[in-house]
Design a protein around this ligand. Structure first.
Ligand SMILES: Cc1cc2nc3c(=O)[nH]c(=O)nc-3n(C[C@H](O)[C@H](O)[C@H](O)COP(=O)(O)OP(=O)(O)OC[C@H]3O[C@@H](n4cnc5c(N)ncnc54)[C@H](O)[C@@H]3O)c2cc1C
Length: 312
């Protein structure tokens, strides 16, 4: 194990999505010695987002362009970035260590900002890879407006699926909800959804495939409980809401995550472990968007600086 201890940091930021990139900008401007790590190219989930239309001041631009702009901003400010997969974060009190897969490197730091985000679960059925990001979306707030006046299918029946279906029903012509169980969301929300005239709900159905020639045009599914009948619904777009996986394996042992693996942080992004902060989608929060991730990142860096000031 190579301990890169000759060089210590004030803040190691794990994850270079919008939350981590913003945390890096705020931390370096607060004169902290910062190291930003990501196992992939900086930008996080927005790299694979076709168009971003709701980031204030940016107008309409590709997610990849926004990611590049954010990363360039960190580089102009002199943020040290490295491609590393973080395998473990240890809380040694005043000094924490961040352990990486590559070369078994270990970085020593006074604070850690966890900004590792989440990964949307996928069904793994035919057609999904082909239409992902261009017909199938995992974000109704982001991509819903593209389907104004059109027909969409929502896959899933939990809180997110039902809430996003209610939103989509207010802008789309028809919303068809397909779920492998019954609707499991808040009963009042389910009632409201079922009562809408432009919503059809198909429960106990297993999605078989996403179909289409030049574009996605339909979803086929089969009864999974009361019948085995195969059905197909024509649509212009699909929204999958079958849950997400929090990228928190590296720090699950710190006792700062909830049962879904998300980091529990207060309004200043402090966790129960002093000097460890959470930011962005990895935290327990009601709205997972770029702008909220950036806000978390700024707060986390600000809190890290305040924590170090108290420590010294
Ligand atoms: C398809 C899609 C479209 C979207 N469209 C929009 C939109 O139009 N507008 C909007 O506001 N929001 C949109 N969102 C939501 C937005 O992308 C997220 O809210 C935002 O990216 C969260 O930022 P984050 O920094 O918290 O996490 P992420 O963007 O998920 O970044 C986390 C980073 O951590 C890295 N990482 C994870 N684990 C490790 C590890 N162990 N070691 C090192 N690095 C690690 C990952 O590689 C990743 O780069 C969309 C999301 C999706 C999925």
């Amino acid at each position: 194990m190579e301990l890169s201890a000759e060089k210590t940091y004030d803040a190691v930021i794990v994850g270079a999505g919008p939350a981590g990139l913003t945390a890096a900008i705020y931390a370096v401007r607060a004169n902290l010695r910062v190291l930003l790590l990501d196992r992939l190219a900086p930008g996080g989930n927005i790299i694979n987002t076709n168009e971003v239309e709701n980031y204030p001041g940016a107008g309409r631009l590709s997610g990849a362009d926004l990611a590049i702009k954010m990363f360039e901003h960190t580089q102009k400010l002199g943020v040290e970035f490295d491609y590393r997969t973080v395998t473990k974060v240890n809380d040694g009190g005043e000094w924490k260590t961040v352990h990486c897969e590559e070369d078994d490197a270990v970085f020593k730091t006074r604070t850690v900002i966890l900004a590792t985000g989440t990964v949307a679960r996928r069904l793994g059925v035919p057609g999904e890879d082909r239409w992902a990001g261009g017909g199938i979306s995992w974000c109704a707030v982001c991509d819903g407006p593209q389907y104004r006046g059109k027909d969409v299918v929502v896959v899933g029946g939990g809180n997110s699926a039902v809430e996003e279906s209610l939103y989509l029903a207010s802008i789309c012509r028809r919303v068809t909800v397909v779920t492998d169980l019954d609707l499991t969301a808040d009963p009042k929300a389910c009632e409201r959804l079922r009562a809408l005239p432009n919503v059809d709900v198909h429960i106990w159905q297993q999605v078989l495939a996403f179909t289409g020639e030049d574009r996605l045009t339909g979803v086929s599914f089969r009864g999974a409980k009361f019948d085995q009948e195969e059905r197909r619904v024509a649509c212009d777009g699909v929204f999958e809401y079958i849950g997400f996986t929090a990228s928190s394996e590296a720090f699950a042992h710190l006792g700062i995550t909830d049962r879904t693996g998300c980091v529990v942080a207060d309004t200043r992004m402090r966790t129960a472990a002093p000097g460890v902060f959470g930011a962005g989608d990895i935290t327990v929060k009601p709205l997972r968007q770029i702008v909220t991730a950036c806000s978390d990142g700024a707060l986390a860096a600000n809190s890290a600086a305040a924590y170090i000031k108290e420590l010294l």
